[in-house]
Design a protein around this ligand. Structure first.
Ligand code: SIN
Length: 273
């Protein structure tokens, strides 16, 4: 079936804006077009989506099971909906470090869908980075070295720091930790992607600590290279749907004391290989 959507790439490397769709009610053919665009561009954006939390959950659930965040209580009555909020009283914002969502899980999320309904007048953009491009830009020697290595992704250091900043007691609370390949193969595209991030990856298992620290530092700096990035400027009721298996993102907090608010749903993924 022919659909009415238009897909406009933001950069040659990552990101596309999709128009001609109402995410409140998506038919199967349009859903497949969105899935294809996500696979091709890593992250897709939508404008003017004044949809309910229930519709956002329904949309997410059509791509897979929704998961509850390991450190966020979620919206009342909707534990699988993460509140993204910052205002003048905030001590931190979600996602202010390059990361792939909850990569500390044994089965990190395949994707996340964020809708913002309050945005600052300027600022509050989100940067996205393409991890296929990051992998492909490495030298063959370094690719060969990284091939077969695994890394620890530990939720505790980051989540405990968040809790300390916002004054949330996490005494006795356990956080997920998992070991994943440094280079993963995307289950849909079959392409290889770099899969370490500054928020959660603490150590490369097969290396000595000093070696691991140096290689991770190098890879984290590599991810920050702007040619792998796109930058999304939100408007009220914009939505972003990103693939956590081949992208990372970074939310820019340059808008204090303004308010920025939205809801995120997160879709279960599989074990990276
Ligand atoms: C996140 O989900 O990491 C936050 C993204 C954002 O607020 O732009």
């Amino acid at each position: 079936m022919q659909t009415t959507i238009t897909v406009d790439p933001l950069t040659p490397t990552i990101g596309a804006e999709i128009s001609g769709v109402d995410l409140e009610d998506v038919d199967d053919a349009t859903l497949e077009d969105i899935r294809r665009a996500l696979t091709e561009h890593g992250v897709v954006f939508f404008r003017d989506q004044d949809i309910s939390v229930e519709s956002q959950k329904t949309l997410g659930a059509r791509f897979g099971e929704l998961v509850v965040h390991p450190n966020d209580p979620g919206l009342e009555g909707h534990p699988e909906v993460m509140i993204i909020h910052a205002d003048e009283s905030s001590k931190r914002v979600a996602g202010e470090v390059w990361h792939s969502d909850v990569s500390c899980s044994e089965t990190p999320p395949m994707g996340s869908i964020l809708r913002l309904y309050i945005v600052p007048e300027t600022g509050g953009d989100t940067l996205f980075a393409n991890m296929y491009a990051a992998y492909e830009a490495l030298s063959d020697r370094l690719k060969g070295f990284l091939d077969g290595l695994t890394a620890v992704h530990d939720g505790a250091p980051y989540y405990r720091e968040v809790n300390r900043l916002i004054g949330r007691d996490d005494e006795g609370r356990a956080y997920p930790s998992a070991v994943h390949p440094v280079i993963r193969t995307h289950p849909v595209s079959g392409r290889r992607a770099l899969f370490v991030n500054e928020m959660f990856t603490t150590r490369i298992v097969e290396l000595a600590t000093t070696e691991s620290d140096a290689i991770l530092r190098l890879l984290f700096a590599h991810v920050r290279r702007p040619e792998f990035h796109c930058r999304f400027q939100w408007r009220a009721n914009s939505m972003a749907f990103w693939d956590n298996r081949c992208t990372q993102h970074h939310a820019v907090w340059d808008y204090w004391p303004a308010t920025r608010s939205g809801y995120r749903v997160t879709i279960r993924g599989d074990r990276p290989h």
